[in-house]
Design a binder for this molecule. Sequence first.
Ligand code: ANZ
Ligand code: ZN
Length: 818
Amino acid sequence: MEEQYHPEKIEQSAQTYWETHNSFAVSEDPAKEKYYCLSMFPYPSGRLHMGHVRNYTIGDVISRFQRMQGKNVLQPMGWDAFGLPAENAAIKNKVPPAKWTYENIDYMRDQLKRLGFAYDWSREIATCDPDYYRWEQWLFTKLFEKGMAYKKVAAVNWCPVDQTVLANEQVENGCCWRCGTQVVKKEIPQWFLKITHYADELLDEIDKLDGWPDQVRTMQRNWIGRSEGVEVKFTVSGKDVLLKVFTTRPDTLMGVTYLAVAPEHPLAIEAAESNPALNDFIEECKTIDTSEAAMETMEKKGMDTGIEALHPVTGDTLPVFTANFVLMGYGEGAVMSVPAHDQRDWEFAQKYALPIKQVIYPTDKTEVDLDKGAFTQKGKLQDSGPFTDLTSEQAFNAIASWLEKNNKGKKQIHYRLRDWGISRQRYWGDPIPIIYCKQCGNVPVPEKDLPVILPEDVAFDGVGSPIKSMPEFYKTTCPKCNGDAERETDTFDTFMESSWYYARFCCPDNDKAMLDERANYWLPVDQYIGGVEHAVLHLLYARFFQKLMRDAGLVAVDEPFTNVLTQGMVLKDSVKMSKSKGNTVDPEGLIKKYGADTARLFMMFTSPPEQSLEWSDTGVDGAFRFLKRLWKLAHNHVAGGETVQLDTLDKLSDDQKNIRRQTHEMLKKVTDDIQRRFTFNTAIAAAMELVNALYKFDDKTDQGRATMQEALEICTLTLSPIIPHVTHTLWHALGHKDAIINTPWPTLDESALVRDTIEIMVQVNGKLRGRIQIAVNEDKAGIEKIAMNDDNVKRFIEDKEVKKVIVVPGRLVNIVAS
Ligand code: ANZ
Ligand code: ZN
């Protein structure tokens, strides 16, 4: 064993060993307990960033630990390879997106290998590979046949100058990122997946996901947003039409003073035909950002449509407004406005001088000041005709029944969740496998003709997708009637590919089917690790796909991920490390200077995985110094030659027993910290403490060296998931032929934990004056004698008279003297 720690050399040799021995390749073994550990795969942007290093180190430590527990561990890796950045880079560097992507993959794969992650590389997936995306196309055609995929007209961002659709990221302050023209909404036909069909199941099963962070579960619940309410029908005066609204507060029905419809609502559009001002207002609303965040903060505006509607109970006439905050896509695209009890309606009523009628009062009868704002809580009803004096809860049911009986409404459940729009008018994505035929309509590409391959060798200028102007791509014949037809040139949202990659990792080589029985061996993923930014969409879409695949008979389990860990951010100077902040530290420099083990150790030592991690140069240095210290300790020990077998405890000296106890205490703590709590930082701290104790333990006797040998072995084994390279070398240096990667986790020796002496405190007149070691079975008289004989204690009592000695066994001795 060399005297100096040379990370580049030993890391290289450990990696070569793993590669030549195929150390991380796994197959299904029914005799072994399986463990599937997955980290969110990266977008191949070009280089790894610190967030990746952290994410993948956490996953790797868990995987290696589980493997040492005897489990059959699958840890795969791949590339979320379609998407917009490749198109941007293509414009900038004049390389086709495919070439750019594959080059990045090659570079980043090397970086991952350099970090020593235990991936089964034989399962690598790149989602832009036709062998992968063909199955997504195949599933889509099945979903189309089942009615789970459908087409409807929906709005996109459109640049009138570039004549192109823009992704949300390409709209900057409402303008086109290329030419600065104001972006407009354009209605075009697009494909949707019926995620709403699974809304209830997706919601109900959140309760069972007890291995998920609570925060993520709450976010998913809110995103699905189930609300129970009532659909109320208002008659439009002078017309034979009904205006339907959805409300979660039917108890406030008697306080409705006006109605409001979305600008795209048919009633508003009809009224605008004879009202130019209204028409202008509706046009103006089309340019606004309807994202949730924007809707919250924008100024609430509206206009009277001139239409009147009749209150279903009183028959009073109510004005119908159109308002920019009413969404066409939610409920019925219309609301009954109750300004006394809804803050938004209240502000609107103030602005347009509409009446405010209080119908709910607080149960504790406190005064309500409607000049200050709406009273939005539930309570009891007043001025509500037949419903007066009911509680809000009673009124909910009473009013719903009344409406139902009079055919003016019914109870209804609404979801915030919308069907998933999956069409993108981009080039670098999975082509949607549909053929348009004038005779036959939308025809799915037959299985035998899949995949529809995306041409990769294209000239890409960024204005429009090249396949939209490539007749050799889109001109085809109809699979049904053989007539001339055209292909869909839109591609799938790239969230599609990341929604099922976890399942494909189980059988990536199957060229006959999307999934096979191997998926049932490995799924669900036991531990999924990734960024909290994916807490809603990605995780929800993956859960949805699991159900789609289950209902297509491809997999058995209902949920894809048993446990989810969302790792915290990597910060520098307390702000997120990011390109836009210009405060990144390149992992490559770190690895070059210190080696991968230092990078890994720093990541795991600095904070527990769910908390943010503050970058620190001194922290990195500290991690490096520890590795050198560990190396030197082992070197000094190994230089003394071979060691003998460790004797039984009763033959060891107190110091030797002490070291054995500390060693096994550390083993116990590290096992628990990693397995149950994922607090790798405290596990490492325990190992560091042991190393400190071992430096002080200078016992060159045979049993002394045997004690040291055991301590170093346990230290090496327990740290090996975190710092796999240096421990690979140390393990051999400690005399083992077999590689540490094939060695199980050490066994705890409970007997080594037993202390035969304990330390207790000795007080004189209530002040701590000494600490004594006593045998655990020492009686009170014996303890008293030892305490009185302690040198320091003696100094405090020698010129005094001892009045009383109180012995609290196991804890302390208090001597009262004066
Ligand atoms: C009357 C009312 C009175 C309401 C009151 C609330 C409080 P959630 O819970 O999110 O489902 N609403 C209904 N459709 C809408 C649309 N298309 N655009 C904007 N707002 C809409 O919200 C349901 C509530 O949101 C409904 O209940 C309705 O306002 C409003 F004291 O009706 B409520
Ligand atoms: Zn046809």
